[in-house]
Ligand binder design. Structure first.
Ligand SMILES: Nc1ncnc2c1ncn2[C@@H]1O[C@H](COP(=O)(O)OP(=O)(O)OP(=O)(O)O)[C@@H](O)[C@H]1O
Length: 304
């Protein structure tokens, strides 16, 4: 289990981390999200010992993390670090050897990752000549090659095409199934929502929300009502009790309105039963139900 506790870090006068912390359990995929400059990279660098914290602690299996422990971690830094002139397979093997693998182990692990991350046709190319997305795949292979006990990945999905996203998600799911905790940062919230067991949201160096997506939905979000009414006279939505978050009178593309008028409203109701009554009196209620907020909506709410 990885425990990050009360991290503090200043760069001169700028407070980058102000008590940030979270826990990642064995086999858990943890999505670390926050706006630009919120402190994600700084946190990951401290976990990996690239930066020293001014305060707080990082523990692995209950013990403070040191150099020997970090060698067993896999890290994909924000500043990608590959040898431009080295060939793909050679490079991945080299990093496996650096982490203490035998030549045979490093080769077989590199071969497996090359295949999984669909780099087979590029295995003898120099990294410098690869597209950015392919360089990213090599960087991921380097982080994974020594079969680390913990994975810390700074925006591993950025710049990958959808096939590479699926390939990487598959590799990470295998590692978590084997008990490895994975922490990754991302701005692709739909992906985070799809892949992660739990999520931490950081804002200005502090954690502002955390838990499973279901917990976040239950705890952090306002309850939204989604209402669709056809055939109502214009202006009826003014009678709805509560705050209208969005509304449109245009039916979704591809669906023609059967009646002259279509209204779709998202409402934070002050009285849901009254909202139902108003909608029913106004026209034909086609849909009336609670809307589950997406992670993007929750993010906007807690980070705003
Ligand atoms: N070496 C540095 N010197 C001075 N300030 C820094 C340094 N590194 C980061 N910062 C500042 O610390 C804050 C946190 O930065 P950090 O890179 O950790 O954010 P982030 O959440 O990873 O952002 P992004 O999503 O843009 O990658 C920002 O205000 C950033 O400008």
């Amino acid at each position: 289990m990885l425990e990050i506790d009360g991290l503090r870090k200043r760069y001169g006068d700028l407070v980058a981390l102000d008590g940030a912390g979270f826990t990642v359990r064995p086999g858990e995929m943890f999505g670390f999200v926050g706006a630009n400059g919120a402190g994600k990279t700084t946190t990951m660098r401290i976990v990996m010992g690239v930066l020293e914290a001014d305060g707080g602690a990082v523990r692995w299996q209950g013990e403070p993390v040191g150099f020997a422990t970090r060698r067993r971690f896999g890290y994909m830094p924000e500043e990608r670090g590959l040898y431009a002139k080295m060939r793909v397979a050679e490079q991945i093997e080299y990093f496996g050897r650096l982490a203490g693998m035998s030549p045979a182990e490093a080769r077989s692990s590199a071969d497996e990752l090359i295949e999984r991350l669909t780099l087979t046709e590029r295995r003898d190319d120099e990294v410098a000549g690869l597209s950015l997305g392919n360089q990213q795949r090599v960087q991921l292979a380097v982080a994974l090659v020594h079969r680390p006990e913990l994975l810390v990945l700074d925006e591993p999905f950025s710049g990958l095409d959808p096939i590479a996203v699926d390939a990487l998600a598959g590799v990470l799911a295998e590692r978590t199934a084997a008990g490895v905790p994975v922490v990754f940062s991302s701005h692709q919230l739909d992906l985070v929502e799809r892949l992660c067991d739990s999520i931490g949201i950081i804002k200005a160096g502090r954690m502002v929300a955390g838990g499973t997506v279901a917990e976040l939905r239950a705890r952090e979000s306002r309850k939204l009502l989604h209402i669709v009414v056809t055939g109502a006279a214009p202006g009826w939505t003014d009678r709805l009790p509560g705050e209208i978050v969005s509304k449109t009178d245009r039916p979704p593309a591809g669906e023609s309105a059967e009646t002259a008028r279509y209204d779709e409203v998202v409402l934070v109701p002050s009285d849901d039963q009254e909202a139902l009554r108003v909608a029913g009196q106004a026209g034909q209620v086609q849909h009336f139900g609670w809307q589950r907020p997406s992670l993007t909506e929750i993010f906007r709410e807690v980070v705003a």
